[in-house]
Every structure is written in structure tokens, then in C-alpha cells.
Design a protein around this ligand. Structure first.
Ligand SMILES: C[S@@+](CC[C@H](N)C(=O)[O-])C[C@H]1O[C@@H](n2cnc3c(N)ncnc32)[C@H](O)[C@@H]1O
Length: 227
């Protein structure tokens, strides 16, 4: 193997170490966390910001990444025919199952625990809309990159997605996300566009915003899969 080949293999190994370490850290951090109770009442206000940005999409088959205890799902339910909930933590999926156990509406719910960066249970070209709020902000850029590849695979042509992610990578590229303000990862607005481009998705909208008093800490990106 030539020198370039060797250094590529070393880079890939380093990447896969970062992916597995940060997934495990983020999983443990959310296993039982006062966040879920504290965040619940903020949903009403946050949904007023989110809904106008996403209402034009088809909610026929929705994929929600990292629902936690389901406070966003509760809103998505009102508009969706089918929602697939994917979280790395069995405890979060159990809470969602419990929360919606008496739900009698028209939307069908499906629950999965995943490995933190792939979604093999979802067929290709299937979902019409992908949604994630206040979760991927913590995911390392390499984990976000892996999910974006899965978004391209699972989205139906002309389908779209809405992802809330970190923009803190412009300040630090360290993968030590827990030492950053509000535990934001090394992701950026620009990287999100690059990863989507690399995967074959079009970013059609981005908005950078402050979080917890930190200027330009976060970003929402909306993307579409070409017809
Ligand atoms: C801060 S909570 C947010 C939950 C929910 N989106 C909300 O707004 O209430 C982060 C969630 O991400 C999940 N999570 C962490 N890392 C993950 C990963 N790599 N893949 C999928 N879920 C993950 C956690 O288990 C937790 O449910």
C-alpha cells in the first residue's frame, strides 16, 4: 500500500473511534436526565418557531431522529399519518411507547433503538419527511455526516428534512462536545451543506440562531432530495 493509502486507513480508523466514543458519551448523557422534564414546557414556544418552517412538507411517512421522551412527536402526531421514532437509548424509546400507549388517533407509530448513526430498519426511498430538534446539536460532525448519508438513502424523491444542529464548530473543531457551551458539537452551518452535497441532497434553507445567550450557537437546515 502506498503512503497515501496508509494515511487514509489511519484517518478512517481515527474517525471510527471518534464516532463510537461520542455516540457512547451522548447515549450515557441522556439515559436519565432532568433535561426531559425541564424541556417539556418549552415545546409550545419552540413549535411556534418550527412549524412555519416545516408545514409545507408531506407528513405521510415521517422519520424522527432522537425523540427523547416524545415532546416533538406529540406535535408531529397531529399532522402525520406515520412516524418512525429512532433513538440510541432504549430508555427513551420505552418512554415514548409509554407516552403514546393510549393514543387513539389516525397516526401509526413505529419505534426503534439504533446504533447511533445508521437506520437500517427504514427502507430506501421511503420517508417523505425527516425531523430532528434539540438532539443532533450534540452529535459529532462525523455522526451527522453518517446520518445525512442515511437521509439521502431513506428519503423518497422530492422528500425533505429539517435538522437542528450545532454551529459551534466555527469556534472549535474538538470532538470533546461536553466541554463546549450547551454541549454543542463541532458541526457548522457550512459543513452541513458540504455533507448534503456529498450525499446528493440539496440544502434549501438555513438559519443560524442564538441558544442560551450564546451568539450564533445553533443552526436549522432544511434539505430536499431531488426528484
Ligand atoms: C437532548 S435530548 C432531545 C430529545 C428530543 N429531541 C427533545 O427535543 O426533547 C437528545 C436525545 O438524543 C438521543 N441521542 C443521543 N445520541 C444519539 C444518536 N447518536 N442517535 C440517536 N439518538 C441519540 C438521546 O437518547 C436523547 O433522546
Amino acid at each position: 500500500m502506498c503512503e497515501n493509502g496508509l494515511s487514509r486507513v489511519a484517518d478512517e480508523e481515527a474517525d471510527s473511534d471518534i464516532i463510537s466514543r461520542t455516540i457512547e458519551e451522548c447515549k450515557i448523557a441522556h439515559q436519565s436526565n432532568p433535561y426531559f422534564t425541564m424541556a417539556e414546557p418549552h415545546m409550545e414556544q419552540q413549535w411556534k418557531y418550527i412549524w412555519p418552517l416545516i408545514k409545507r412538507f408531506s407528513f405521510a411517512r415521517v422519520l424522527e431522529i432522537a425523540p427523547g421522551y416524545g415532546r416533538n412527536t406529540e406535535r408531529l402526531l397531529e399532522h402525520s399519518q406515520e412516524i418512525h421514532l429512532i433513538d440510541v437509548n432504549p430508555s427513551c424509546i420505552d418512554k415514548c411507547k409509554e407516552r403514546f400507549s393510549n393514543y387513539q388517533g389516525k397516526c401509526r407509530l413505529y419505534f426503534y433503538v439504533n446504533d447511533g448513526h445508521s437506520i437500517p430498519e427504514i427502507p430506501s426511498d421511503y420517508v417523505t419527511f425527516i425531523y430532528s430538534w434539540d438532539s443532533m446539536v450534540h452529535f459529532d460532525k462525523l455522526v451527522v455526516r453518517d446520518y445525512i448519508r442515511e437521509f439521502k438513502r431513506t428519503l423518497a424523491p422530492k422528500g425533505g428534512g429539517f435538522v437542528h444542529h450545532s454551529n459551534y464548530g466555527r469556534i472549535s473543531q474538538s470532538s470533546d462536545w461536553r466541554s463546549h457551551p450547551h454541549c454543542r458539537s463541532n458541526m457548522t452551518k457550512e459543513l452541513f451543506v458540504d455533507y448534503c452535497k456529498g450525499a446528493g441532497l440539496d440544502v434549501v434553507f438555513q438559519r443560524v440562531f442564538d441558544w442560551g445567550g450564546e451568539k450564533d450557537l445553533d443552526c436549522v437546515s432544511i434539505f430536499e432530495k431531488p426528484a
